[in-house]
Design a protein around this ligand. Structure first.
Ligand code: EPZ
Length: 415
């Protein structure tokens, strides 16, 4: 497995363009199956999870082509409805293909998505929502098989917010017969971007950005060229990188409008920022106060995907901070690795108490995507050199975190 070496103690000061959003691109790629033509996605992030989803689509019969960061998907002729098991098992978000496959083929066979280090990650809300639209599910040889005689509109109520389940429900409803009303749906930006894509491709979805979506089923989608939005989690990662090094930095074309909770927390620890003409100017030279209490929550709350990364930054604050994780049941897995670097963190269930101090470079292991990014950020603030193993986890969501951080003036290298 690859490594990233980081030389700590260099205040960042440079500029970096923000890559396309992983969590917007993946469901939109699945949605391309609903168009019996060609879908063009501009600004698509060249990351491992996108390449994996691309392979799965090819296995279903779609043809794909890259031109720089533009991905073309032609789903005119699908030749089967069963996602490659080995590929699907590598990425639990492949479950979002179910809504599209049921809408396109009336059937879908996917590997059961396992849990991962951040939690059990069940799919009950996905299945219940699609059943409301006329799907039936059963387990066959370790796979999940969904079938329908034709999806129809229905009333869906989510008792708990789920990004993926809302996306699956939207994908099942957009070409169903009749109208679907979704209540209690996730209002995360990545759900809104999927809905915007679908409407641009001929869908009829109202209530975008709210937890109540009204979807008028259409006969099918048409060709479209869509710009994938910038990645708010990658952008937030680089804000934390500026903070921990007490440096500066300019982010080019970040989704600043989707980063309110992160930027508010950044200000609370002493960060200063200005957003002007598509550029986010950061100044962390006055950082670094602790944060008395930070809770993750559904949008527009503080994103769970930035929890580990902000936690890493707080290990260098002047005082004690508290983070509460409300979305996933096990999202402090990175803590023992941070403790190897000298971080003083005490865990108590869903709470992490962080006593700020100094970090020392060490050899640490990434175990999942955002925890891996957190270790890289910690390395920027540590004394000496840090080596993060299992770089492949980080490459699932970041095109090239080393390249991006070096654009911001860091000294990192892959090996
Ligand atoms: C999406 O995962 C993102 N992944 C995650 O980002 C992100 O952390 C998460 O949303 C929350 O914002 C992608 O978009 C590919 P959920 P998803 O369904 O859809 C429970 C990253 O690092 N739940 O909103 O799987 C679930 O266990 C990844 O980029 C059920 O109980 O998240 C969790 O506790 C990590 N039953 C909570 O809901 C279900 O059927 C939120 O999960 C589904 C979910």
């Amino acid at each position: 497995m690859g490594r990233i070496r980081i030389t700590g103690g260099i205040p960042l000061d440079g500029e970096v363009r923000i890559q396309g959003s992983k969590n917007a691109a993946l469901p939109i790629m699945a949605a391309a199956l609903l168009n019996r033509g060609t879908t063009v996605l501009k600004g698509c992030p060249r990351i491992a999870d996108v390449f994996l989803m691309e392979k799965i689509l090819q296995g279903l019969g779609a043809r794909t082509r890259w031109r720089k960061d533009t991905l073309e998907i032609c789903a005119r002729d699908l030749d089967n409805c069963m996602a490659d098991r080995e590929l699907g098992e590598k990425m639990r978000s492949s479950i979002v293909l179910m809504g599209s496959l049921l809408g396109r083929c009336g059937e879908g066979i996917l590997p059961f998505p396992g849990g991962c280090v951040i939690g059990a990650r069940p799919i009950d809300l996905h299945l219940e929502a699609l059943e409301r639209l006329g799907a039936e599910f059963k387990e066959e040889k370790g796979c999940l098989r969904g079938k329908t005689r034709g999806l129809h509109g229905g009333e869906i109520f989510f008792p708990r917010s789920s990004v993926g389940a809302t996306q699956n429900a939207v994908l099942g409803a957009v070409c169903a017969r009749g109208t679907t009303v979704i209540r209690g749906g996730s209002a995360e930006p990545e759900v809104s971007w999927l809905c915007r894509f679908l409407n641009q491709a001929g869908g009829q979805i109202r209530g975008i950005g709210t937890s109540c979506l009204v979807i008028q089923g259409v006969s099918g989608l048409h060709d479209t060229v869509f710009q994938i939005p910038p990645d708010r989690i990658a952008a937030g990662t680089y804000v934390c990188a500026s903070a921990i090094t007490r440096g500066k930095g300019i982010l080019l074309d970040p989704p600043a409008g989707e980063m309110g909770a992160l930027l508010s927390a950044y200000e609370k620890i002493g960060g200063q920022y200005m957003y002007k003409s598509g550029k986010l100017f950061l100044c962390s030279q006055r950082a670094f106060a602790p944060l008395r209490r930070l809770e993750t929550g559904i949008y527009p709350g503080f994103p769970t995907d930035l929890q580990s990364i902000f936690l890493a930054a707080l290990t260098c604050a002047r005082g004690e901070s508290l983070i509460i994780e409300n979305i996933f049941e096990d999202r402090f897995k990175v803590v023992p690795q941070l403790q190897k670097m000298g971080a003083q963190i005490t865990l108590d269930g869903q709470a992490a108490r962080i006593r700020g101090g100094r970090l020392s470079g060490a050899l640490v292991k990434a175990q999942e995507l955002r925890g891996g990014a957190a270790l890289v950020v910690a390395g920027l603030g540590a004394e000496g050199e840090t080596c993060v193993e299992n770089r492949e986890f980080i490459e699932r969501g970041y095109e090239d975190i080393s390249r991006d951080l070096n654009c911001l003036g860091a000294k990192t290298q892959k090996d």
